[in-house]
Design a protein around this ligand. Structure first.
Ligand SMILES: [Zn+2]
Length: 206
């Protein structure tokens, strides 16, 4: 969060300076336009040739375009920093299945395709007990996949101009958009699965 603030305040400051410059420029443009309207080819008390007026107008237009571009870039930087600060690193769960092995039971791994946040993830879990009420343990979560049940292909991810994550399915060409990268999606989904396991273990009859 500290890092985000350190990054966002200079960006905001630059952005407001550019907006202010843009507004001043627009105001200057309006004053110029009014003085042109009042007296066809004179600017304030100066008499300008038509060629000079055109040149002045071109300079004004270039400056306006420059500040508009700077303002769009400023908005882009602010949104980029905001999206960046939402991201989290995913760490795979560390689980030693041997500890659950008994004389009568050997834990086994299985995969399950689960939907979360408009994506599908292949979740790797393990049954650690012969008792059905005992919650499973999480071993890993795959990269986000296409939500189409017949497709379930790993998605290709790219960042948009404003920093959002655009996911495309290389098989069926479906597109998804998210403010989270794959690592954050997995990290958030891990929390959801842990909560499910915790709730189940709270309901244990012993
Ligand atoms: Zn697909």
């Amino acid at each position: 969060m500290e890092n985000f603030k350190e990054k966002i305040f200079p960006e905001l400051f630059k952005f407001f300076l550019n907006v202010l410059s843009g507004i001043l420029l627009l105001y200057a443009g309006l004053v110029l336009k009014k003085s042109f309207e009042k007296n066809d080819s004179s600017l304030f008390s100066l008499n300008l040739s038509p060629a000079l007026s055109v040149l002045l107008y071109a300079v004004y237009l270039s400056l306006l375009l420059y500040f508009s571009w700077k303002i769009i870039k400023g908005i882009k930087s602010i949104i980029f920093s905001y999206v960046d600060h939402l991201q989290e690193e995913y760490s795979a769960p560390v689980m030693d299945l041997d500890q659950f092995e008994t004389e009568s039971y050997i834990p086994y791994k299985y995969f399950d395709n689960r939907e979360y946040d408009s994506f599908v993830f292949r979740v790797n879990c393990a049954r650690i007990s012969e008792y059905v009420w005992e919650p499973d343990v999480l071993l890993g979560i795959s990269e986000p996949k296409c939500v189409d049940k017949k497709c379930v292909t790993d998605l290709v991810v790219k960042r948009s101009y404003f920093g959002f994550y655009r996911y495309t399915c290389p098989a069926c060409k479906k597109k998804y958009s998210s403010k989270y990268n794959a690592s954050t999606l997995k990290s958030n989904f891990k929390k959801v699965i842990y909560a499910e396991h915790e709730r189940k273990s709270d309901e244990l009859p012993f």
